[in-house]
Design a protein around this ligand. Structure first.
Ligand SMILES: Cc1cc2nc3c(=O)[nH]c(=O)nc-3n(C[C@H](O)[C@H](O)[C@H](O)COP(=O)(O)OP(=O)(O)OC[C@H]3O[C@@H](n4cnc5c(N)ncnc54)[C@H](O)[C@@H]3O)c2cc1C
Length: 264
């Protein structure tokens, strides 16, 4: 490691001020992504502003047809919350499948959505449910928030405070785990919402995306058979030592069918 200044923020307001005062500072939430990045010298912040302990960021509440999850909620909190299980059981089930117990006890939903790893699970739920990312400055619709490989609409110094999920009629997530990390080789989140069917895919391409041809087909018939022959453009899919693009495209179709089979 190299020298840097660690600050345990006393509030969200103090964290925002520290970020404004130190342009090379970084927020620290669960540290599950950031600390390995620092160890590999892929980031060299001057300050780490720790928000992982702030109670104001860990609230989970359902009200008026929305489930609001604080950015500091650990994956374990979301997986075991009675409020989440009642409002959006698919979201609790997704959180329960992230990584391993150590990751689930440290990692936060805000850290995952800020990082926007192309194989992360939460981005599929945020996009699939048409959620809103609530930050220290504004509210950003999921369709505008995710902008490709590790890229988001977040500006310098902007802090995610919570994610507001509209409660769907039914939803489900299915993923094919990478056997070592647990990340999605392909994961598909399907939601039947008041505005129609949404299908979000993670793990397959350079970032989470909506499979719009599947949404149109499923709007007519919400059954796996409706996906037969539906176009899936895999030209930009990832090809690596774990799977080539063609294999990932097949996984997307299989995961979509599995998600449909467990919609509730
Ligand atoms: C071995 C391993 C297995 C994993 N498996 C999976 C998996 O199966 N599925 C999956 O989805 N993920 C997986 N992860 C990632 C894990 O879920 C991380 O917890 C998550 O990506 C980052 O969350 P964090 O709270 O640890 O964030 P940190 O590492 O603390 O921060 C990550 C980034 O987000 C920024 N940030 C943090 N909080 C905020 C905020 N509130 N507002 C703005 N920016 C913020 C930080 O500055 C940093 O740039 C795995 C990680 C590891 C190490």
């Amino acid at each position: 490691m190299y020298a840097l200044t660690y600050v345990k923020a006393k509030s969200l307001g103090e964290a925002a001020k520290l970020l404004a005062a130190h342009p090379e500072a970084k927020l620290l939430a669960g540290g599950m992504t950031l600390l390995p990045t620092l160890k590999q010298r892929l980031a060299k912040p001057t300050h780490l502003v720790d928000i992982g302990h702030l109670a104001e960021l860990r609230k989970i509440a359902a009200k008026g047809g929305r489930l609001v999850v604080g950015a500091g909620a650990r994956h374990h909190d979301v997986a075991t919350s009675a409020v989440v299980r009642k409002a959006i059981p698919a979201l609790a089930a997704l959180a329960a499948e992230i990584g391993d117990p150590q990751i689930r006890n440290q990692g936060t939903i805000g850290g995952s959505v800020a990082n926007n790893d192309p194989a992360a699970d939460y981005p599929a739920a945020v996009l699939g449910l048409g959620a809103t990312v609530v930050t220290s400055r504004r509210e950003i619709a999921a369709d505008q928030y995710f902008q490709g490989l590790f890229a988001t609409a977040l500006e310098e110094g902007e802090i995610i405070q919570s994610i507001a999920f509209p409660v769907p009629k039914r939803a489900a997530y299915a993923k094919f785990h990478h056997p070592a990390s647990g990340y999605a080789m392909a994961g598909v989140f399907i939601a039947q919402t008041a505005g129609g069917v949404r299908v979000a895919v993670t793990g397959a391409g350079p970032g989470v995306f909506r499979w719009q041809e599947a949404e149109a087909a499923l709007a007519k018939r919400l059954k796996p058979a409706a996906l037969e022959g539906v176009k899936l453009d895999s030209s930009a899919f990832n090809s690596d030592i774990h799977a080539d693009a063609e294999y990932r495209a097949n996984l997307v179709r299989v995961m979509a069918s599995r998600a449909l089979a467990k919609l509730r």
